[in-house]
Design a protein around this ligand. Structure first.
Ligand code: C2E
Ligand code: CA
Ligand code: CA
Length: 503
């Protein structure tokens, strides 16, 4: 699959003429798109929408509408977020979109999920650099062996995926899997050492029209291959029933919800410049009578695969708004953000329920922000956009959570009804290690600014990161460096901790 070449220089966006237009910003045709976008956005508010004038060395001129400059920058951003930086393979977002696109166009699609065995050992023995080199070699072996028309991707860490729309002559999915395993096995020469790699492969045969279902089946088959050390396992319906949701825990959660065992912790968001607290995000926990306080990762994934998530979200909304009302009665106007799963918003009663809860607690709608993930918006774009638009009309704020991990092209942003973008932790964590991630953050900020959205950075774990994000123009910061999630009584309602000067 070849992507069209993306323009890098401003001159590529305009047609040179001999006329000489006038305007507030004139730049040489050789200016990088990113630099041009920044300059365009740096103009005073009234001039920001004006086109950019381009001059070529021979004196000819041209005009570029400002949205074209931003869209070109967005295109570069989209490519960065679709590609795994280490191996150059498509990433999870990209392969998911491509797989679903092929299914929608009527292709039969099978999925192979590959997980390297004991990769942690390779990390320990070879160090980060060597382990990265090994992952690169695995990626090369993978792309070499699966035939044209098929596509390999790196999901994350040591997990890869191959999307199969055709089988090379004489192969079954199983035999192709074994051939891939042989290629990956090596040995690969890393820092002069011959290194072998074992891999477990799960196959989901064609036969479902939802790519996420195929992906889940292949992952379940891979886990089975790992447990049984059999190398390659093909998914069958029987395999699902042994790895289904933990029904006992789900039943317990349902009754825990009724018996009042759920808790909300609140993590402050801080103004990036003044560092004052500027709201909180509500995060659910389960105070389990035997197992102690459980984080959402333990029980939410199962809840989200059943309708318990609807009841749970009703509870979270009610509790968070009740807390906001309590704070308000005590003189603190604390904006509260609540995570909303796509399934909740898909209900017709979602908006009326939220509005009724606001009225009941006498909390102004402006104090509530709903956070919804990029993937959720994309799986049901029309319903979700309509619901979000109605909420906004009533004053509720809307944030896109985990931004950058999904497949939203920045070009789509102007069409979504949103107030706030939360840049995913994975970008924030890597901003000091990778120029590409720093560029993505800069692009997101520039575009969000031009659309009047606020930008939040999550996962801020140290002061250099906080300072750099503030300099880059992020509005709000959230992360362990500033505050961890706490029970409501421990939320620091007075201005947040002052900046501690470095020793
Ligand atoms: P999220 O919405 O992205 O929430 C942020 C998560 O990152 C929280 O994890 C928070 O404790 C953690 N975090 C905050 N700062 C840092 C940091 O500096 N470093 C690191 N490593 N982590 C940080 P938590 O509370 O475990 O929640 C995990 C996820 O569970 C949330 O991710 C959200 O997707 C989901 N979740 C939590 N509460 C709810 C809820 O009430 N409803 C729904 N639907 N989902 C929820
Ligand atoms: Ca969130
Ligand atoms: Ca998030």
């Amino acid at each position: 699959m070849s992507a069209p070449r993306l323009p890098r220089k401003l001159g590529e966006l305009a047609v040179p003429t001999n006329r000489r237009p006038v305007g507030s910003l004139t730049l040489p045709a050789g200016t990088d798109i990113d630099v041009a976008a920044e300059a365009a956005l740096a103009r005073p508010a009234g001039e920001r929408e004006e086109p950019v004038l381009v001059v070529w060395p021979d004196g000819r001129c041209g005009i570029v509408p400002v949205m074209d400059v931003l869209a070109a920058m967005a295109g570069r951003y989209a490519k960065l977020t679709r590609t795994d930086q280490l191996t150059g393979l498509p990433n999870r977002g990209m392969i998911t979109a491509e797989g679903q696109r092929r299914l929608d166009s009527g292709d039969l699609v099978a999925v192979l999920h590959l997980g390297l065995d004991q990769f942690q050992d390779a990390n320990d023995v070879l160090g980060h650099h060597g382990a990265d080199a090994l992952l690169y070699r695995v990626a090369v072996a993978l792309t070499a062996a699966h035939g044209p028309g098929n596509l390999a991707a790196r999901l994350d860490g040591d997990q890869f995926l191959v999307l199969l729309t055709e089988l090379p002559g004489g192969h079954t999915a199983q035999s192709l899997g074994r051939q891939l395993a042989a290629g990956i096995r090596g040995p690969h020469q890393i820092d002069g050492l011959p290194i072998g790699v074992e891999v477990s492969i799960g196959i989901s045969p064609a036969g479902h029209h939802d790519f996420q279902v195929l992906q889940r089946r292949a992952a379940a088959a891979m886990r089975r291959a790992k447990q049984e050390r059999t190398g390659v396992v093909e998914w069958t319906p029987g395999l699902d029933s042994t790895q289904r949701v933990d029904l006992r825990q789900l039943t317990e959660l349902r009754s825990g919800l009724k018996s009042g065992h759920l808790r909300l912790h609140y993590q402050p968001l801080h103004d990036a410049v003044s560092r004052e607290m500027n709201g909180v995000e509500a995060l659910v926990r389960w105070q389990h009578p035997q197992r102690g306080l459980l984080p959402p990762g333990v029980f939410l994934p199962d809840a989200e695969r059943s309708d318990v998530i609807l009841e749970l979200t009703d509870w979270v909304l009610a509790e968070a708004l009740h807390q906001a009302a309590t704070w308000k009665r005590n003189g603190h106007h604390v904006p509260v953000s609540v995570n909303l799963p796509a399934a909740y918003l898909a209900q017709e009663r979602a908006v009326p329920t939220i509005l009724a809860m606001l009225r009941l607690e006498r909390v102004p709608a402006e104090l509530l922000t709903v956070e919804i993930t990029e993937t959720a918006v994309l799986t049901r774009p029309d319903e979700v956009a309509a619901q979000l638009a109605e909420l906004r009309l009533r004053g509720v704020r809307v944030a896109i959570d985990d931004f950058g991990t999904g497949y939203t092209s920045l070009g789509l942003l102007p069409r979504l009804p949103i107030d706030e973008l939360k840049i995913d932790r994975s970008f924030v964590v890597q901003m000091h290690e990778s120029a590409a991630h720093a560029t993505i953050i800069d692009s997101v900020i520039a575009i969000a600014r031009s659309l009047g959205m606020k930008v939040v950075a999550e996962g801020v774990e140290d002061e250099p990161t906080a300072a750099d994000l503030a300099r880059a123009g992020v509005d709000l910061l959230q992360g362990y460096h500033l505050n961890r999630p706490t029970p409501p009584e421990a939320v620091p309602l007075l201005p947040a901790r002052p900046l501690v000067p470095a020793a």
